[in-house]
Design a protein around this ligand. Structure first.
Ligand code: CA
Length: 228
């Protein structure tokens, strides 16, 4: 199991990160102060990635970062920066961080950064995570999650499969047969209508206005297309 340390003194943000890390298949280890983070790291030398908040009650995140780096060159470190100031990012990278995420961040964004770090650190053999970003949508193939404007959209397995097909083929008209084959498999004995039914449901979940869909558009007499 891949372990990720989350150092954040704000309990709400920390719990939010823990829930999403767990959902993405990681073991989350929590710390609320810099000292706690260093203790947890000593107890768990196999932590692969540490996420560090900067504003903490006992020391700042940069100091924690310097401390970790002094004894561990391999661990991946992501700083949580509250502001978008260049200064924070530069300081973070100077003290040994690998990456930074600006608050507020989406779970998909954070998970994607962690996945990337695990790949770079070399501790990941099952890394075929793909993050598809198009317009307001972020689709993560690792945990089968989809977000629109940073808000998670709950999809069924079939809806998720259709959306992945669309997002991998932006602007291309896909016939209903093609969608049926790709999603249900060539042996599926059902009717083409099932494609339309699922598209209708998907539109309700993702379109701004279902009466005038702009993301999944209809190609009359043929099928559907992702984007106008
Ligand atoms: Ca804080």
């Amino acid at each position: 199991m891949k372990k990720v340390l989350i150092l954040e003194d704000e309990v709400n943000i920390r719990s939010f990160v823990v829930i999403n890390l767990t959902r993405a298949g990681y073991v989350a280890i929590e710390a609320g102060t810099g000292q706690e983070a260093l203790d947890r790291l000593r107890e768990n030398p196999d932590i692969g990635v540490a996420i560090l908040d900067i504003m903490l009650p006992d020391m700042d995140g940069f100091e924690v970062c310097r401390n970790i780096r002094a004894g561990n060159k391999k661990i991946g470190i992501i700083m949580l920066t509250a502001r978008t100031q260049e200064m924070d990012k530069v300081t973070g990278l100077m003290t040994g961080a690998d990456d930074y995420v600006t608050k507020p961040f989406s779970p998909a964004e954070l998970t994607a950064r962690i996945d990337a770090l695990f790949r770079r650190v070399g501790g990941d053999s099952s890394a075929n995570t793909e993050v598809l970003v198009q317009g307001p949508f972020v689709l993560n193939t690792r945990n089968h999650s989809m977000e629109k404007n940073g808000v998670r959209v709950r999809l069924t397995q079939v809806e998720y499969a259709i959306l992945t097909l669309f997002m991998r083929n932006p602007g291309r008209a896909l016939s209903r047969e093609e969608i049926l084959n790709a999603v249900w498999g060539p042996d599926f004995e059902g009717e083409l209508k099932i494609v339309d039914v699922n598209i209708r449901r998907l539109r309700i979940k993702i379109e701004d206005n279902t009466a005038e869909p702009t993301y999944i558009t209809t190609v009359w007499g043929f099928g559907y297309k992702w984007g106008a």
